[in-house]
Ligand binder design. Structure first.
Ligand code: PMV
Length: 334
């Protein structure tokens, strides 16, 4: 019976959040903290899951019940990813060829994360990508990166109903990406690393709640919402050029402008605002929230000389510094 371990990186949104849900581009970067997933084929007709980081231990159910009935929150992405993969025509025949239709077989999965799921680093997407990559390898299907993206995106939409898929693209492709909703464009940018500081606000945010909040509060200001999203798109395109030129001052300025629009959307918080102001007052080129808002992290782009000062200022504003390097490799076999 086969066994494989794969890992995928966490991510941070650099510019373009919210707009990317509505057919505008964004810029996303990966971080060097990863999720590891071990997938093993077992000779019991069961799906078994150990995911202690999200409170799942000793979870099991018959393969025939996969994706059905009550699924605890921490098990959802892994279980639906397996259900969708086994439902994938090629995977079904992979199982059939390898084990025969009558043979007892099942799958045991163990996940371990180098970062807490509260950070908003995209642990659900990363683990979904890991499961699909691992099954593709175990059954020798050689799914392409785009096929893994598509299957993982379907899994996330099945569970959340909404989402641009930028976090899945980050987990699959790694590096720094220019991404358009649903993966219509996934462009790998040649940027090795960005001088970022990441501050966690201490509050876990709920992406779906924030996306709905924006929709609701602009329901009778549709024109203004379109203007904001179009303006964010202009910033994203300029930031793409700044990134390629490694023009960190320009990137910082564009991040500041993006943050003003995020404030107008109503997704920043006083805590995030304070952390961002502290970073700017102590010399950061630019700073903004990263992701849905309402909590999670802020990011600041900073010169080497100002790094220590900016870190201290964010901490004084109550932020927790997360030590990361950007531009980590996408999903890989360990
Ligand atoms: O909160 P996060 O890190 O999952 O980022 C959400 C970004 C949104 O644009 C608001 C949603 C999405 O799916 O792109």
């Amino acid at each position: 019976m086969g066994k494989i371990t794969v890992s995928a990186p966490g991510k941070l949104m650099l510019l373009g959040e919210h707009a990317v849900v509505y057919h505008h581009p964004c810029l996303v970067i990966t971080v060097d903290q990863r999720i590891q997933t071990t997938v093993e084929v077992i000779d019991r007709n069961e799906f078994q899951l150990e995911a202690r980081d999200v409170g799942i231990s000793g979870y099991k159910k018959p393969i025939s019940k996969l994706g059905k009935g009550h699924i605890p929150k921490g098990a959802k992405f892994v279980e639906i990813a397996v259900a969708n993969s086994i439902g994938h025509p090629e995977l079904v025949s992979g199982f059939r060829n390898k084990f025969g239709m009558t043979k007892e077989m099942g799958i045991r999965i163990k996940t371990e994360s180098e970062f807490p799921s509260q950070y908003g680093f995209g642990s659900s997407s990363a683990v979904t990508v890991c499961v699909i990559k691992a099954l593709s390898e175990l059954f020798n299907l050689k799914l392409s990166k785009k096929e893994i993206f598509n299957l993982a995106y379907k899994t996330v939409l099945d569970i959340q109903g909404k989402g641009s898929g930028f976090d899945i693209a980050a987990a699959v492709y790694g590096g720094t990406l220019y991404f358009l909703t649903g993966g219509k464009t996934i462009e790998f940018l040649n940027v090795s690393s960005i001088p970022l500081i990441v501050g966690y606000s201490g509050v876990k945010s709920d992406t779906a709640v924030l996306v709905n909040k924006v929709k609701k509060s602009f329901s009778n200001k549709k024109n203004r919402l379109d203007e904001i999203y179009n303006s964010i798109e202009v910033l994203v395109n300029k930031a793409k050029a700044a990134l390629i030129k490694k023009d960190w001052e320009m990137l910082g300025d564009l991040m500041n402008q993006n943050q003003n629009y995020l404030k107008e959307l109503g997704v920043s918080t006083p805590k995030l605002d304070n952390m961002i102001k502290a970073a700017l007052d102590s010399g950061a080129h630019g700073a903004k929230l990263s992701g849905a808002g309402g909590g999670d992290c802020m990011v600041a782009v900073v010169s080497d000389e100002k790094r220590g000062k900016v870190i201290g200022a964010i901490q004084s504003a109550g932020g927790e510094i997360i030590d990361i390097k950007t531009g980590a490799e996408g999903v890989r076999i360990e």
